[in-house]
Design a protein around this ligand. Sequence first.
Ligand code: F6R
Length: 612
Amino acid sequence: MCGIVAYIGDKEAKPILIKGLHRLEYRGYDSAGIALINGGLKIYKTKGKVSDLEAKIEGLKLDSTIGVAHTRWATHGEPNSINAHPHHSNSQKLAVIHNGIIENYDVLKKALIERGYQFYSETDTEVLVNLIEDIQKNEQVVLDEAVRIALNQVTGAYAIAVLSEENPNKLIVARKGSPMVIGIGDGEFYVASDATPIVEYTKSVVYLAEEDMAILERGKEIKLKTIKNKEKTPYIEALEMDLTALEKDGYDHFMLKEIFEQPRSIRDSMRGRLNADKGIVSLGGIADYEQKLVNAKRIIIIACGTSWHAGLVGEYLLEDLARIPVEVEYASEFRYRNPIITENDVVIAISQSGETADTLAAIALAKEKGATILGICNVVGSSIARSTDAGSYTHAGPEIGVASTKAFTAQVTLLTLMALRLAQIKGTIPASRWMQLLHELESIPSKIEKTLQSADVIKEIAWQFKDVSNFLYLGRGYNFPVALEGALKLKEISYIHAEGYPAAEMKHGPIALIDNNMPVVFIAPNVGIYDKVVSNIQEVKARNGKVIAIVTEGDEVVRSMVDFVIEIPVTEELFTPLLATIPLQKLAYHMAVMRGCNVDQPRNLAKSVTVE
Ligand code: F6R
């Protein structure tokens, strides 16, 4: 949720930290701060964005070759400069940045108050930094030992970096439940919540595992141990990340760039996995688990938000093609509802970031009950990817816009490949039909290229409806999840209230909302139960609703009934989500831009939800 970045070495720390914060700003952006050692520990922080922090410290001479910085998504205490990180200890000699939640902070705080400590913010982090100071004082131990002892007293989640005025050549970092990666340079270290601030300096990284801590000393080797004091050999990995993927590349926003990247990201997700001419579908990452999947009593898909919507499309695909029963669960509900899970169940966890706290907890629960856990993640080396038995990465590339776009279509692509592979093994569809589907799937990226060209009509629709307060999205079958996803995109970036429903459910309540001010988006390609969807459109038009329809190119029936149409190329019903989602992403994008919203960093949201 928050972004943390730290540096120790021989370079000037401030520009590295500020640039790193910009890269991590998608994780949280309600306040930001930096701490450096410059003739003593200096902390600067402010409410607002990283650019506000930059403005605040502009012109200050802050020479320092060690520092920590933070961009925040508030959990404890409102976003203001007092609650912003870094937090210092009462002596003002220690500073801590923290991502996560210390659950027992209240008990610890009371004990520290009794021992004379004062607190200025409402945060759990200020408790942690004073706890470290208290231990250092009372136990007479070195900084890293004090951090280690403190971490054994806290419950909850953390990724922390500790800076000490008295140890200007040392940085202590640790993680539990929140991600942290360390870049290894030449006698220097870069630390961050993900690899994006590190990639331009070094490609050698160490991902901290749960309850790991690292002692980073200028000019020395990294020292790694667990918080239980067990020494570990660092596993240095090569970072595979392209720096250009982190830039806007001429687009106004990351979200728009990512929408337009989808033909590429889907091709990348299919590369080496689909060869229609040779009749091959293979997902190497889960090859050893195919029999387990085929024999599974059922598949349980767990995810949150947009990834949950991809899971719903997966349910249609896996049941339809492979005839395996599927349940799709919100991870946050699954983990707390005492679900029935057996060793014959296969759980598929879907997550772009691979760090979503509820999904991680749901995986832990399913694991405990003996289920096999597979993952579909975008971020390589992420916590979810590491906590599953096996899995497949989507190759969407870094997704920076907070609203998920290319990750969704990449997730659906992987689920499609999985369903096709299982259908092949089980023989649930005739071979000729199976081959036909493979060829059609291969053509989807170029059909998306075509879909992406329909800019003018979408801008016109956005202009027409940009001032409304409500929107309804309706679809059936494979396009019901698309309706949910379209509504989510609109509400999260434009702040217009939007609901997605199965089109036939409209009669059971939402129809009461229809009047001549109510825009209704129908996902109505000419596939499946198209005629039923046409009847649903008539029901809305009969009540003077304004209808925008996503239709198959050349559809004159729906065009004659509705106010606006957006065409998508002809495809098989099961692939329509991959095409129909595109115009809905663009509609949300243009509406948000026309309403003056911050598209890439919508209010109250963060890209990676590492708190439950
Ligand atoms: C919406 C969006 C969120 C995420 C959700 C799960 O555009 O991005 O709804 O889909 O927070 O995140 P991941 O996929 O990282 O587990």
